[in-house]
Ligand binder design. Structure first.
Ligand SMILES: Cc1cc2nc3c(=O)[nH]c(=O)nc-3n(C[C@H](O)[C@H](O)[C@H](O)COP(=O)(O)OP(=O)(O)OC[C@H]3O[C@@H](n4cnc5c(N)ncnc54)[C@H](O)[C@@H]3O)c2cc1C
Length: 429
Protein backbone atom coordinates (compact mmCIF):
# COMPACT_ATOMS: atom_id res chain seq x y z
CA UNK A 1 0.00 0.00 0.00
CA UNK A 2 1.18 3.50 -0.79
CA UNK A 3 0.30 6.36 1.47
CA UNK A 4 -1.19 9.14 -0.63
CA UNK A 5 -1.27 12.74 0.40
CA UNK A 6 -3.35 14.49 -2.25
CA UNK A 7 -4.93 17.93 -2.23
CA UNK A 8 -8.46 18.46 -3.53
CA UNK A 9 -9.13 20.37 -6.73
CA UNK A 10 -12.83 20.41 -5.87
CA UNK A 11 -15.66 19.53 -8.23
CA UNK A 12 -16.21 20.25 -11.92
CA UNK A 13 -19.01 19.20 -14.26
CA UNK A 14 -16.68 17.67 -16.84
CA UNK A 15 -13.09 16.44 -16.45
CA UNK A 16 -11.35 15.92 -19.78
CA UNK A 17 -8.24 13.73 -19.59
CA UNK A 18 -5.87 14.39 -22.49
CA UNK A 19 -5.45 17.60 -24.49
CA UNK A 20 -4.91 16.27 -28.02
CA UNK A 21 -7.19 17.50 -30.79
CA UNK A 22 -10.06 15.36 -29.45
CA UNK A 23 -9.62 16.52 -25.84
CA UNK A 24 -9.41 20.20 -26.78
CA UNK A 25 -12.56 19.90 -28.93
CA UNK A 26 -14.36 18.04 -26.11
CA UNK A 27 -13.37 20.55 -23.43
CA UNK A 28 -14.15 23.65 -25.49
CA UNK A 29 -17.51 22.26 -26.67
CA UNK A 30 -18.61 21.27 -23.16
CA UNK A 31 -17.58 24.71 -21.85
CA UNK A 32 -19.25 26.57 -24.73
CA UNK A 33 -22.42 24.65 -23.84
CA UNK A 34 -22.37 25.83 -20.25
CA UNK A 35 -20.34 23.21 -18.33
CA UNK A 36 -17.58 23.89 -15.84
CA UNK A 37 -14.62 22.04 -17.36
CA UNK A 38 -11.12 21.03 -16.34
CA UNK A 39 -8.67 19.70 -18.94
CA UNK A 40 -5.82 17.56 -17.63
CA UNK A 41 -2.84 17.22 -19.96
CA UNK A 42 0.26 15.15 -19.28
CA UNK A 43 2.51 17.27 -21.51
CA UNK A 44 3.36 20.94 -21.64
CA UNK A 45 1.15 21.97 -24.58
CA UNK A 46 -2.18 21.16 -26.19
CA UNK A 47 -2.64 19.39 -29.52
CA UNK A 48 -1.20 15.96 -28.64
CA UNK A 49 -0.02 14.04 -31.71
CA UNK A 50 -0.52 17.09 -33.92
CA UNK A 51 1.83 19.31 -31.93
CA UNK A 52 4.03 17.02 -29.84
CA UNK A 53 4.18 14.41 -32.61
CA UNK A 54 4.72 17.09 -35.32
CA UNK A 55 1.85 16.14 -37.66
CA UNK A 56 1.11 19.36 -39.55
CA UNK A 57 -1.78 18.24 -41.78
CA UNK A 58 -5.42 17.53 -40.80
CA UNK A 59 -6.87 14.83 -43.04
CA UNK A 60 -10.65 14.38 -43.52
CA UNK A 61 -11.58 17.94 -42.65
CA UNK A 62 -13.24 19.06 -45.89
CA UNK A 63 -16.72 17.92 -44.90
CA UNK A 64 -16.38 19.31 -41.39
CA UNK A 65 -16.44 22.89 -40.13
CA UNK A 66 -16.26 23.68 -36.43
CA UNK A 67 -13.10 23.99 -34.37
CA UNK A 68 -10.84 22.63 -37.12
CA UNK A 69 -12.23 25.29 -39.44
CA UNK A 70 -11.61 27.91 -36.72
CA UNK A 71 -8.02 26.64 -36.41
CA UNK A 72 -7.30 27.01 -40.11
CA UNK A 73 -8.95 30.43 -40.25
CA UNK A 74 -6.83 31.62 -37.33
CA UNK A 75 -3.64 30.29 -38.93
CA UNK A 76 -4.48 31.74 -42.36
CA UNK A 77 -5.08 35.12 -40.74
CA UNK A 78 -1.65 34.95 -39.11
CA UNK A 79 0.07 33.53 -42.22
CA UNK A 80 0.85 30.34 -40.35
CA UNK A 81 -0.31 27.74 -42.86
CA UNK A 82 0.54 27.03 -46.46
CA UNK A 83 -0.78 24.87 -49.30
CA UNK A 84 0.42 21.32 -49.75
CA UNK A 85 2.27 20.69 -53.01
CA UNK A 86 -0.22 19.70 -55.70
CA UNK A 87 -3.27 21.18 -53.89
CA UNK A 88 -5.78 22.85 -56.18
CA UNK A 89 -7.42 26.27 -55.92
CA UNK A 90 -10.74 26.56 -54.04
CA UNK A 91 -14.20 26.55 -55.69
CA UNK A 92 -13.81 30.15 -56.88
CA UNK A 93 -10.45 29.32 -58.42
CA UNK A 94 -8.94 32.31 -56.62
CA UNK A 95 -6.61 30.87 -54.04
CA UNK A 96 -5.18 27.60 -52.78
CA UNK A 97 -6.35 27.13 -49.17
CA UNK A 98 -3.74 26.45 -46.50
CA UNK A 99 -3.33 22.80 -45.56
CA UNK A 100 0.02 22.46 -43.80
CA UNK A 101 -0.13 24.17 -40.45
CA UNK A 102 2.43 25.77 -38.22
CA UNK A 103 2.80 23.69 -35.05
CA UNK A 104 3.50 26.66 -32.78
CA UNK A 105 0.50 28.49 -34.21
CA UNK A 106 -1.70 25.47 -33.47
CA UNK A 107 -0.40 25.24 -29.89
CA UNK A 108 -1.28 28.86 -29.24
CA UNK A 109 -4.68 28.56 -30.93
CA UNK A 110 -5.62 25.63 -28.67
CA UNK A 111 -4.49 27.55 -25.56
CA UNK A 112 -6.49 30.55 -26.69
CA UNK A 113 -9.80 28.82 -27.38
CA UNK A 114 -9.61 26.95 -24.08
CA UNK A 115 -8.93 30.20 -22.22
CA UNK A 116 -11.75 32.02 -24.04
CA UNK A 117 -14.25 29.23 -23.38
CA UNK A 118 -13.37 29.19 -19.66
CA UNK A 119 -11.73 25.74 -19.67
CA UNK A 120 -9.27 25.37 -16.78
CA UNK A 121 -6.19 23.67 -18.26
CA UNK A 122 -3.69 21.77 -16.11
CA UNK A 123 -0.41 21.08 -17.89
CA UNK A 124 2.19 18.58 -16.68
CA UNK A 125 -0.64 16.68 -15.02
CA UNK A 126 -1.50 13.05 -15.60
CA UNK A 127 -4.69 11.19 -14.73
CA UNK A 128 -2.98 8.48 -12.70
CA UNK A 129 -5.53 6.51 -10.68
CA UNK A 130 -9.22 6.37 -9.92
CA UNK A 131 -11.52 5.53 -7.08
CA UNK A 132 -14.48 3.83 -8.74
CA UNK A 133 -17.53 1.72 -8.02
CA UNK A 134 -18.20 -0.84 -10.75
CA UNK A 135 -16.58 1.43 -13.33
CA UNK A 136 -18.32 4.61 -12.13
CA UNK A 137 -15.51 7.04 -11.29
CA UNK A 138 -15.96 8.73 -7.91
CA UNK A 139 -12.60 10.50 -7.75
CA UNK A 140 -9.68 10.96 -10.07
CA UNK A 141 -6.12 11.10 -8.77
CA UNK A 142 -3.90 13.44 -10.78
CA UNK A 143 -0.12 13.26 -10.59
CA UNK A 144 1.32 16.69 -11.37
CA UNK A 145 4.64 18.45 -11.48
CA UNK A 146 3.51 20.09 -8.22
CA UNK A 147 2.33 17.02 -6.33
CA UNK A 148 -0.77 14.86 -6.15
CA UNK A 149 -4.32 16.18 -6.43
CA UNK A 150 -7.75 14.63 -6.64
CA UNK A 151 -10.73 15.87 -8.56
CA UNK A 152 -14.41 14.98 -8.61
CA UNK A 153 -16.58 15.37 -11.71
CA UNK A 154 -19.94 14.30 -13.00
CA UNK A 155 -18.58 13.17 -16.38
CA UNK A 156 -15.05 12.12 -17.33
CA UNK A 157 -13.91 12.21 -20.95
CA UNK A 158 -11.14 9.82 -21.93
CA UNK A 159 -9.25 11.70 -24.63
CA UNK A 160 -5.86 10.28 -23.70
CA UNK A 161 -5.30 8.70 -27.12
CA UNK A 162 -4.25 5.48 -25.43
CA UNK A 163 -7.50 4.91 -23.54
CA UNK A 164 -5.48 5.38 -20.36
CA UNK A 165 -8.41 6.51 -18.22
CA UNK A 166 -10.82 3.76 -19.28
CA UNK A 167 -8.24 1.09 -18.60
CA UNK A 168 -7.87 2.40 -15.03
CA UNK A 169 -11.45 1.25 -14.35
CA UNK A 170 -10.83 -2.08 -16.10
CA UNK A 171 -12.51 -1.47 -19.48
CA UNK A 172 -11.54 -4.08 -22.06
CA UNK A 173 -9.49 -3.04 -25.05
CA UNK A 174 -7.80 -4.26 -28.20
CA UNK A 175 -4.74 -3.19 -30.14
CA UNK A 176 -3.21 -4.51 -33.34
CA UNK A 177 -4.12 -6.16 -36.60
CA UNK A 178 -6.41 -9.12 -35.84
CA UNK A 179 -4.43 -11.95 -37.49
CA UNK A 180 -0.95 -10.92 -36.28
CA UNK A 181 -1.65 -8.73 -33.23
CA UNK A 182 0.83 -6.22 -34.68
CA UNK A 183 -0.02 -2.57 -33.94
CA UNK A 184 0.31 0.22 -36.49
CA UNK A 185 3.86 1.59 -36.35
CA UNK A 186 4.84 4.57 -34.21
CA UNK A 187 7.00 7.33 -35.71
CA UNK A 188 9.34 10.09 -34.64
CA UNK A 189 9.02 13.06 -37.00
CA UNK A 190 11.28 16.08 -37.41
CA UNK A 191 11.45 19.61 -38.72
CA UNK A 192 14.58 20.50 -40.65
CA UNK A 193 16.27 23.41 -42.43
CA UNK A 194 18.87 23.59 -45.17
CA UNK A 195 17.14 22.10 -48.22
CA UNK A 196 18.20 23.91 -51.41
CA UNK A 197 15.93 26.73 -52.72
CA UNK A 198 14.74 24.66 -55.69
CA UNK A 199 13.88 21.58 -53.59
CA UNK A 200 10.29 20.34 -54.06
CA UNK A 201 9.88 17.68 -51.37
CA UNK A 202 8.32 14.27 -51.98
CA UNK A 203 4.70 13.98 -52.99
CA UNK A 204 3.92 10.83 -54.99
CA UNK A 205 4.63 7.31 -53.71
CA UNK A 206 7.40 7.05 -56.35
CA UNK A 207 9.13 10.19 -55.07
CA UNK A 208 8.85 9.01 -51.48
CA UNK A 209 10.33 5.63 -52.33
CA UNK A 210 13.08 7.19 -54.45
CA UNK A 211 14.30 9.01 -51.35
CA UNK A 212 14.59 5.72 -49.47
CA UNK A 213 16.60 4.26 -52.35
CA UNK A 214 18.84 7.32 -52.49
CA UNK A 215 19.77 6.93 -48.83
CA UNK A 216 20.16 3.16 -49.13
CA UNK A 217 22.95 3.83 -51.66
CA UNK A 218 24.63 5.81 -48.89
CA UNK A 219 24.40 2.90 -46.48
CA UNK A 220 21.31 4.12 -44.61
CA UNK A 221 18.20 1.97 -44.68
CA UNK A 222 15.14 4.07 -43.92
CA UNK A 223 12.79 2.14 -41.63
CA UNK A 224 9.63 3.31 -43.40
CA UNK A 225 11.24 2.53 -46.78
CA UNK A 226 10.17 5.97 -47.97
CA UNK A 227 10.15 9.57 -46.89
CA UNK A 228 7.49 12.18 -46.81
CA UNK A 229 9.20 15.57 -47.08
CA UNK A 230 6.81 18.50 -46.92
CA UNK A 231 7.41 22.27 -46.87
CA UNK A 232 6.30 23.84 -43.59
CA UNK A 233 4.84 27.34 -43.31
CA UNK A 234 7.77 28.79 -41.31
CA UNK A 235 10.56 30.15 -43.38
CA UNK A 236 12.64 27.45 -45.12
CA UNK A 237 11.65 24.61 -42.77
CA UNK A 238 10.66 21.15 -43.95
CA UNK A 239 8.84 18.31 -42.21
CA UNK A 240 10.75 15.05 -42.76
CA UNK A 241 9.07 11.79 -41.90
CA UNK A 242 11.10 8.60 -42.38
CA UNK A 243 10.72 6.60 -39.20
CA UNK A 244 8.62 3.53 -38.32
CA UNK A 245 8.90 1.79 -34.96
CA UNK A 246 7.20 -1.58 -34.74
CA UNK A 247 5.53 -3.46 -31.86
CA UNK A 248 5.03 -0.40 -29.66
CA UNK A 249 2.23 -1.64 -27.41
CA UNK A 250 0.14 0.70 -25.25
CA UNK A 251 0.85 -1.25 -22.06
CA UNK A 252 4.62 -1.61 -22.47
CA UNK A 253 6.69 1.37 -21.34
CA UNK A 254 9.94 -0.33 -22.40
CA UNK A 255 8.87 -0.64 -26.04
CA UNK A 256 7.73 3.01 -25.99
CA UNK A 257 11.01 4.21 -24.49
CA UNK A 258 13.15 2.17 -26.85
CA UNK A 259 11.14 3.35 -29.89
CA UNK A 260 11.63 6.96 -28.78
CA UNK A 261 15.39 6.46 -28.66
CA UNK A 262 15.51 4.57 -31.98
CA UNK A 263 13.34 7.18 -33.70
CA UNK A 264 15.64 10.00 -32.67
CA UNK A 265 18.70 7.96 -33.62
CA UNK A 266 17.31 7.30 -37.09
CA UNK A 267 16.42 10.98 -37.56
CA UNK A 268 20.00 11.90 -36.72
CA UNK A 269 21.49 9.22 -39.01
CA UNK A 270 19.26 10.09 -41.97
CA UNK A 271 20.01 13.80 -41.86
CA UNK A 272 23.70 13.13 -41.36
CA UNK A 273 23.76 10.80 -44.43
CA UNK A 274 21.72 13.21 -46.53
CA UNK A 275 24.15 15.98 -45.69
CA UNK A 276 26.91 14.09 -47.50
CA UNK A 277 25.05 14.55 -50.81
CA UNK A 278 26.33 17.61 -52.71
CA UNK A 279 23.85 20.48 -52.41
CA UNK A 280 22.52 19.31 -49.03
CA UNK A 281 25.53 20.18 -46.86
CA UNK A 282 23.50 22.67 -44.80
CA UNK A 283 20.75 20.28 -43.73
CA UNK A 284 20.07 20.22 -40.01
CA UNK A 285 17.38 19.20 -37.58
CA UNK A 286 15.42 22.02 -35.93
CA UNK A 287 13.53 19.66 -33.63
CA UNK A 288 12.28 16.08 -33.41
CA UNK A 289 8.84 15.15 -32.02
CA UNK A 290 8.76 15.84 -28.28
CA UNK A 291 6.48 12.79 -27.97
CA UNK A 292 6.81 9.89 -30.40
CA UNK A 293 3.72 9.68 -32.62
CA UNK A 294 1.67 6.65 -31.58
CA UNK A 295 -0.68 5.76 -34.43
CA UNK A 296 -2.64 3.12 -32.53
CA UNK A 297 -3.28 2.95 -28.80
CA UNK A 298 -5.95 0.99 -26.97
CA UNK A 299 -9.22 0.70 -28.85
CA UNK A 300 -11.63 0.57 -25.92
CA UNK A 301 -14.57 -1.81 -26.27
CA UNK A 302 -17.72 0.23 -26.57
CA UNK A 303 -21.46 -0.26 -26.66
CA UNK A 304 -21.02 -0.23 -30.46
CA UNK A 305 -17.84 -1.28 -32.26
CA UNK A 306 -17.26 0.05 -35.78
CA UNK A 307 -16.72 -2.97 -38.02
CA UNK A 308 -15.13 -3.80 -41.37
CA UNK A 309 -18.63 -4.22 -42.86
CA UNK A 310 -19.60 -0.72 -41.71
CA UNK A 311 -16.78 0.88 -43.65
CA UNK A 312 -17.06 -1.33 -46.74
CA UNK A 313 -20.81 -0.78 -47.02
CA UNK A 314 -20.65 2.87 -45.96
CA UNK A 315 -23.18 2.43 -43.15
CA UNK A 316 -25.07 5.42 -41.77
CA UNK A 317 -26.59 5.48 -38.28
CA UNK A 318 -29.36 7.38 -36.49
CA UNK A 319 -26.69 8.46 -34.00
CA UNK A 320 -23.94 9.09 -36.61
CA UNK A 321 -21.85 12.01 -35.37
CA UNK A 322 -19.75 12.61 -38.50
CA UNK A 323 -19.05 11.21 -41.94
CA UNK A 324 -15.64 9.58 -42.41
CA UNK A 325 -14.31 9.84 -45.96
CA UNK A 326 -10.68 8.81 -45.34
CA UNK A 327 -9.71 5.40 -46.68
CA UNK A 328 -7.87 2.63 -44.78
CA UNK A 329 -4.24 3.64 -44.24
CA UNK A 330 -2.30 0.89 -42.45
CA UNK A 331 1.44 1.39 -43.15
CA UNK A 332 3.93 -1.42 -42.61
CA UNK A 333 3.33 -3.58 -39.54
CA UNK A 334 6.84 -5.05 -39.35
CA UNK A 335 10.17 -4.55 -41.02
CA UNK A 336 9.53 -7.19 -43.74
CA UNK A 337 6.02 -6.06 -44.53
CA UNK A 338 5.45 -4.52 -47.94
CA UNK A 339 3.93 -1.09 -48.32
CA UNK A 340 0.22 -1.59 -48.93
CA UNK A 341 -1.73 1.06 -47.13
CA UNK A 342 -5.29 0.13 -48.16
CA UNK A 343 -4.81 -3.68 -47.68
CA UNK A 344 -7.44 -4.28 -50.35
CA UNK A 345 -10.15 -2.37 -48.44
CA UNK A 346 -12.42 -0.23 -50.59
CA UNK A 347 -14.43 1.90 -48.24
CA UNK A 348 -17.46 4.12 -48.74
CA UNK A 349 -18.09 7.20 -46.59
CA UNK A 350 -19.53 5.98 -43.27
CA UNK A 351 -20.73 7.30 -39.92
CA UNK A 352 -19.08 7.13 -36.51
CA UNK A 353 -22.01 6.32 -34.18
CA UNK A 354 -22.35 8.04 -30.80
CA UNK A 355 -22.53 4.56 -29.23
CA UNK A 356 -18.87 3.96 -30.13
CA UNK A 357 -18.02 6.74 -27.66
CA UNK A 358 -19.65 4.83 -24.77
CA UNK A 359 -17.24 2.37 -23.15
CA UNK A 360 -18.59 -0.91 -21.87
CA UNK A 361 -17.72 -1.12 -18.20
CA UNK A 362 -18.16 2.50 -17.15
CA UNK A 363 -21.26 4.65 -16.98
CA UNK A 364 -19.66 8.07 -16.47
CA UNK A 365 -16.81 7.96 -19.00
CA UNK A 366 -17.16 9.16 -22.59
CA UNK A 367 -14.50 8.26 -25.15
CA UNK A 368 -13.11 10.86 -27.56
CA UNK A 369 -10.38 10.52 -30.17
CA UNK A 370 -8.51 7.47 -31.29
CA UNK A 371 -9.51 5.28 -28.30
CA UNK A 372 -13.17 5.07 -29.44
CA UNK A 373 -14.53 1.61 -30.14
CA UNK A 374 -13.73 0.12 -33.53
CA UNK A 375 -11.96 -2.76 -35.24
CA UNK A 376 -8.43 -2.43 -36.59
CA UNK A 377 -9.20 -1.58 -40.24
CA UNK A 378 -11.95 0.97 -39.50
CA UNK A 379 -9.59 2.53 -36.95
CA UNK A 380 -6.95 2.84 -39.69
CA UNK A 381 -9.35 5.10 -41.57
CA UNK A 382 -11.26 7.11 -38.92
CA UNK A 383 -8.08 7.94 -36.92
CA UNK A 384 -7.46 11.05 -39.07
CA UNK A 385 -7.57 14.31 -37.15
CA UNK A 386 -10.68 15.72 -38.86
CA UNK A 387 -12.69 12.80 -37.45
CA UNK A 388 -10.93 12.77 -34.09
CA UNK A 389 -11.89 16.43 -33.64
CA UNK A 390 -15.53 15.53 -34.40
CA UNK A 391 -15.56 12.75 -31.77
CA UNK A 392 -14.30 15.33 -29.26
CA UNK A 393 -17.05 17.79 -30.12
CA UNK A 394 -19.69 15.03 -29.84
CA UNK A 395 -18.35 13.84 -26.46
CA UNK A 396 -18.20 17.42 -25.16
CA UNK A 397 -21.75 18.14 -26.27
CA UNK A 398 -23.09 14.86 -24.83
CA UNK A 399 -21.30 15.61 -21.53
CA UNK A 400 -22.93 19.06 -21.40
CA UNK A 401 -26.36 17.46 -21.89
CA UNK A 402 -25.61 15.06 -19.03
CA UNK A 403 -24.80 18.03 -16.81
CA UNK A 404 -27.83 20.12 -17.81
CA UNK A 405 -30.35 17.28 -17.64
CA UNK A 406 -28.75 15.17 -14.91
CA UNK A 407 -28.18 12.12 -17.11
CA UNK A 408 -25.45 9.60 -17.74
CA UNK A 409 -23.90 9.34 -21.23
CA UNK A 410 -25.86 6.17 -22.02
CA UNK A 411 -29.12 7.96 -21.34
CA UNK A 412 -28.39 10.65 -23.92
CA UNK A 413 -30.41 10.17 -27.08
CA UNK A 414 -27.81 9.70 -29.83
CA UNK A 415 -30.18 11.35 -32.32
CA UNK A 416 -29.84 14.61 -30.37
CA UNK A 417 -26.06 14.40 -30.62
CA UNK A 418 -26.34 13.71 -34.34
CA UNK A 419 -28.62 16.68 -34.82
CA UNK A 420 -26.21 18.96 -32.96
CA UNK A 421 -23.22 17.63 -34.89
CA UNK A 422 -24.85 18.04 -38.25
CA UNK A 423 -25.74 21.68 -37.55
CA UNK A 424 -22.33 22.27 -36.01
CA UNK A 425 -20.21 20.61 -38.69
CA UNK A 426 -22.08 21.95 -41.66
CA UNK A 427 -23.25 25.35 -40.55
CA UNK A 428 -20.37 27.11 -42.30
CA UNK A 429 -19.45 24.58 -44.98
C1 LIG B 1 3.08 9.37 -37.14
C2 LIG B 1 1.64 9.74 -37.33
C3 LIG B 1 1.25 10.36 -38.50
C4 LIG B 1 -0.09 10.75 -38.66
N1 LIG B 1 -0.43 11.46 -39.78
C5 LIG B 1 -1.65 12.04 -39.84
C6 LIG B 1 -1.93 13.00 -40.85
O1 LIG B 1 -1.09 13.33 -41.70
N2 LIG B 1 -3.15 13.61 -40.82
C7 LIG B 1 -4.12 13.27 -39.90
O2 LIG B 1 -5.20 13.84 -39.93
N3 LIG B 1 -3.86 12.35 -38.94
C8 LIG B 1 -2.66 11.75 -38.87
N4 LIG B 1 -2.37 10.86 -37.86
C9 LIG B 1 -3.42 10.46 -36.91
C10 LIG B 1 -3.77 11.54 -35.89
O3 LIG B 1 -2.66 12.39 -35.69
C11 LIG B 1 -4.21 10.95 -34.55
O4 LIG B 1 -5.08 9.87 -34.72
C12 LIG B 1 -4.92 12.02 -33.72
O5 LIG B 1 -4.09 13.16 -33.60
C13 LIG B 1 -5.27 11.48 -32.34
O6 LIG B 1 -5.81 12.51 -31.56
P1 LIG B 1 -6.26 12.24 -30.07
O7 LIG B 1 -6.68 13.57 -29.53
O8 LIG B 1 -7.22 11.11 -30.03
O9 LIG B 1 -4.99 11.70 -29.28
P2 LIG B 1 -3.55 12.32 -29.03
O10 LIG B 1 -3.19 13.29 -30.08
O11 LIG B 1 -2.67 11.14 -28.80
O12 LIG B 1 -3.72 13.15 -27.68
C14 LIG B 1 -3.79 12.52 -26.43
C15 LIG B 1 -3.30 13.49 -25.37
O13 LIG B 1 -3.53 12.91 -24.09
C16 LIG B 1 -2.41 13.13 -23.24
N5 LIG B 1 -2.44 12.06 -22.23
C17 LIG B 1 -2.19 10.75 -22.40
N6 LIG B 1 -2.38 10.09 -21.24
C18 LIG B 1 -2.78 11.01 -20.33
C19 LIG B 1 -3.15 10.94 -18.97
N7 LIG B 1 -3.18 9.79 -18.31
N8 LIG B 1 -3.48 12.09 -18.34
C20 LIG B 1 -3.48 13.28 -18.99
N9 LIG B 1 -3.14 13.40 -20.31
C21 LIG B 1 -2.81 12.27 -20.96
C22 LIG B 1 -1.23 13.10 -24.19
O14 LIG B 1 -0.14 13.80 -23.64
C23 LIG B 1 -1.80 13.77 -25.44
O15 LIG B 1 -1.62 15.17 -25.42
C24 LIG B 1 -1.04 10.47 -37.67
C25 LIG B 1 -0.65 9.82 -36.48
C26 LIG B 1 0.68 9.47 -36.30
C27 LIG B 1 1.10 8.87 -35.00
Amino acid sequence: MFSIDARSLGYVDVAVCGGGIAGVCAAVTAARNGSKVMLIEAGGCLGGTMTEGTIPYVIDRDNKGGIVRELYEFLEEHEMCCPRRGDKADKNGKRIPGAILDIEGAKYFFDKICREAGVRVLFHSRAAAVNHTLGHINKLLISTECGLYFLEAKIYIDATGGGNLSCLVGCEWECGEPSTGKPSPASVGMATVGFPEEYNGTDSEEEKTAYGTLLEKRGIRVSSQQASIVKLPSLKTWDVSVNFQYDVMPDDIFSLSNATYEGRRESFDVIHAHRQIPGYENLSIVYTSSHIGIREGRRIQGVYRITDEDIIEGRRFDDGICLVTASVDVHKLNDDDTLNTSRGYRTKPYHIPYRSLLPKGSDNILLAGKCISGDFYPFSSYRMMGNMAATGVAAGYAASLCVKEDMLPREVDGKRVKEYMWDYLHERN
